[in-house]
Design a protein around this ligand. Structure first.
Ligand code: GLA
Length: 791
């Protein structure tokens, strides 16, 4: 709910309050953001405001009329530069006279119902459009310019979003050098700033930094939101844990160069801004023109990181992801990439698809290599017509054969890129982002198409329309495999070259808008060399994203934990792949490969035709199990338990709390640690649950020569006999079984079966090697069921 109490604005969500007021000098003073509080009158808000009597030494007085006001010591809703506030600004404008001082003050406020879509960018929405909006108009009277600050309050979520519009209401052109989306000023200087970093194949590693002085910047200059630094960040009070403490989460609905700066001021206040990266950014805004900043998402929870994540997850599921696939069970897919790379043709693909079908897969995806002369990654990006040698019956022919097997069919594309060795480049070198006449810095021998060029956008939209209508295409993997260099658009004049990165994003979003409305049935999956563009902008179009090219379970358990802070698991695509893993060469047990991937949108990316029958049988059982629990795993509430202590613990709970799935992984075996607990979260305190596990089969070869201590004859380790015996004999893993009340389970944890400790094998020993993991199931039991179980 949004209320105006005189000069104070109060924005309430079910559990949070955000407040600010107009001060006599015209600026907006930030008053409060945090747990819901009661503010009934303007007078009551006085307690939240800074008391200003005189000017702190060595600061600047805002004006002679307001000589006690130093903008440097105020908490502000938006800050310009040059009038005394030396901290990170919200806006920077270069005026026609060359000055770059901004002086925006309050002019007007309006509260409205419903949320209109943005014109140039994607944004959040609410199905019943119950969103309330507060528009504050700020005017720079010295230069006759306008900024609108938009606040959107989501009544059913603990989320407030912000965005800003710059309107050139003057009669002279200006240069917009920066426009942030949100600015939050706090009165304290003891936050922890948490960001998520990485690189290709190791995305989303959590970093915590104490923000006690100076400035910390989390940004991307890759042209995309990037695997280097994700735009999702957290601010928390010291001592915050997964379940306790104050935590703010911020994200940006944007897929390009982003910027999140946390600055601690000389007066021990903390400012965070988030928005488009101002580096190499400058927009020419003519009189009458409008510039939209992306929408920033803010949430707060006093229940620690998990509480904040729950808010973000709900918001992304309900208010970001849209279209037919928003709540539909996502299919289990088999992707051809790691099975065959570029070496594909119709008969090979059909064999693979058939093996997939037999294992229970629902969707078969043909990855890279199917078009033009694409036999490797040096050629043909841009030539979006099937290679007749590989696909004699085209896409439609293959799709129909795959459909006949009883599978849906999907295809890989990379519409934003071109190889120099392609028909498209030869025909239209002017459609490419490169500096004419200058050497280009290549990446994966490909270049970026210039999405600031309307002709290119139109061409590529039609080329993709042709691909997506060529046969029964149910799924598209939309890839983007390099970062930007040589920023330049041949279609823009020299003075507009700093508009390129943002114009690219607007062009891309425009193409996505058209294609999404033309193909509402297709399930789109985003990808950018894995997670190089995992953000809320992409999720407004594509309901799921390939989170990393690295499907090694030991990396993934950390990466998926990283994603889970800001993104729900229904957006995280995760595959079981070959062993040794192609990215890490690590040998991870099949059980763990599946049990980690199962907590995202499950898929397979391996050559099922060449796998041993044991693994194939295992995969069949995995897929059946996943389908049985898919509604919980994909759309349940996800909680993190212990992490970063050699042990990872997750729980996902169905919306009605009747079912839950648990996960525990011990990364490296810790000798002589027999006793372990798994502690679920999010259960109904008053329900009773039957707790069981996914019982594993233990390979006797895991015991090596120790086997000779328990059998009456001798087996030479790794001999033929050892291998044959391992094939024929499997030892049953431990069975967990108990019935307990939800509160009991959450408070005490489940004390698991005793772990292996060099004491030999017994049927109920929890036998854990390096990289071992376990999957647990919790189901509500009725009183009758309970007595049956006891009998
Ligand atoms: C990227 C993707 C992979 C695969 C290849 C194909 O690396 O992340 O999953 O699609 O491209 O070239």
């Amino acid at each position: 709910m949004i209320r105006r109490l005189g000069n104070v604005f109060v924005l309430d969500t079910p559990n949070t309050t955000y407040a600010f007021g107009v001060i006599p000098s015209g600026q907006l003073e930030h008053l409060y953001y945090g747990e819901r509080i009661v503010i009934d009158t303007e007078e009551e808000a006085v307690v939240l405001a800074e008391k200003r009597l005189s000017l702190p030494g060595n600061t600047v007085a805002y004006s002679s009329e307001h000589s006690n006001v130093s903008l440097e010591v105020l908490r502000l809703e938006m800050s310009g530069g040059g009038k005394g506030d030396v901290r990170e600004p919200f806006i920077e404008v270069t005026h026609a006279d060359g000055s770059y001082t901004s002086d925006f003050v309050f002019a007007d406020a309006k509260i409205t119902q419903g949320k209109e879509p943005f014109v140039t960018l994607p944004g959040s929405y609410e199905e019943n459009n119950q969103v309330e909006e507060l528009t504050i108009t700020m005017k720079d009277h010295s230069y006759d310019l306008t900024v609108e600050l938009h606040y959107f309050v989501f009544k059913n979520q603990d989320v407030i979003t912000r965005s800003a519009k710059f309107i050139n209401t003057s009669d002279e052109p200006v240069l917009l050098d920066r426009l942030m989306s949100a600015q939050l000023d706090f009165e304290r200087a003891d936050f922890e700033f948490t960001t998520f970093h990485g690189a290709w194949a190791r995305e989303m590693k959590r970093h915590d930094m104490s923000a006690n002085a100076c400035k910390i910047v989390n940004e991307s200059y890759c042209g995309c939101s990037s695997n280097r630094s994700n735009p999702f960040v957290m601010l928390s009070k010291k001592g915050t844990t997964e379940d306790h403490g104050d935590c703010y989460g911020l994200n940006l609905i944007y897929s390009g160069n982003h910027y999140e700066a946390v600055e601690v001021s000389a007066f021990y206040q903390t400012r965070i801004v988030t928005g488009i990266n101002p580096r190499s950014f400058q927009f020419h805004i003519a009189p009458g023109e409008v510039f939209e900043a992306p929408e920033a998402v803010m949430t707060y929870s006093k229940s620690g990181f998990n509480g904040m994540s729950q808010n973000m997850h709900r918001f992304v599921r309900e208010c970001i992801v849209r279209g037919e696939w928003k709540k539909k069970p996502r299919p289990v897919l088999l992707n051809s990439w790691e099975a065959a790379y570029f070496d594909i043709n119709e008969s090979k693909l059909l064999k693979l698809a058939k093996a997939g079908k037999e294992a229970g897969v629902e969707l078969f995806v043909m990855d890279d290599g199917w078009f033009g002369t694409r036999d490797n990654d040096t050629q043909s990006l841009g030539d979006w017509y099937p290679n007749k040698k590989k696909l004699p019956n085209g896409l439609a022919g293959l799709a129909s054969k795959v459909n006949k097997l009883g599978l849906e069919f999907g295809v890989w594309v990379e519409p934003e890129m071109v190889n120099v060795n392609s028909d498209l480049y030869r025909a239209h070198p002017e459609w490419v982002m490169e500096i004419p006449g200058k050497p280009h810095s290549e990446s994966r021998t490909q270049r970026i198409l210039d999405f600031s060029n309307p002709d290119l956008i139109e061409y590529m939209t039609e080329a993709m329309t042709k691909v997506f209508s060529d046969g029964n295409i149910a799924y598209v993997k939309w890839d983007m495999n390099r970062i930007f260099s040589d920023y330049y658009s041949p279609c823009l004049p020299p003075e507009r070259q700093k508009e390129v990165a943002h114009r690219y994003m607007m062009g891309l979003y425009k193409m996505c808008d058209t294609l999404m409305s033309r193909f509402p049935h297709i399930l789109f999956e985003g990808c950018a060399s894995g997670g190089n563009r995992f953000d809320l902008g992409i999720l407004c179009y594509f309901p799921q994203i390939w989170a990393s090219d690295d499907s090694d379970a030991i990396y993934r358990v950390n990466g998926q934990t990283g994603y889970s802070y800001g993104y729900p698991m229904s957006t995280v695509s995760a595959h079981v792949s070959d062993c040794p893993n192609h990215q890490t060469l690590r040998k991870t047990p099949m059980a763990s490969r599946f049990q980690v991937a199962a907590f995202g949108v499950l898929g397979y990316e391996c050559n099922l035709c060449e796998m041993n029958s044991e693994d194939v049988k295992d995969i069949k059982e995995q897929i059946a199990l996943y389908k049985e629990w898919r509604d919980v795993l994909q759309y349940g509430s996800f909680y993190r338990g212990r992490a970063y202590d050699n042990v990872y613990e997750w729980t996902v709970v169905s919306p009605d709390k009747k079912k839950a799935v648990g996960f525990e992984m011990q990364v490296l075996f810790n000798p002589n640690t027999h006793f372990e607990t798994y502690t679920p979260k999010g259960l109904d305190e008053d329900k009773k649950y039957l707790f069981t596990n996914r019982q594993l089969q233990i390979n006797i070869k895991d015991f090596g020569g120790l086997i000779n201590q328990v059998i009456p004859f001798h087996i030479k380790p790794d001999s033929l006999l050892h291998n044959v015996a391992a094939k024929l004999v499997k030892l049953p893993g431990e069975k967990e079984y108990c019935i307990a009340n939800g509160k009991t389970l959450m408070e005490s944890g489940v004390h698991l079966k005793q772990g292996f400790g060099a004491t030999g094998y017994a049927e109920d020993i929890r036998f854990t090697t390096d990289f071992a993991s376990r999957m647990y199931f919790m189901e509500e039991v009725s009183n009758t069921m309970e007595s049956e179980h006891i009998e």
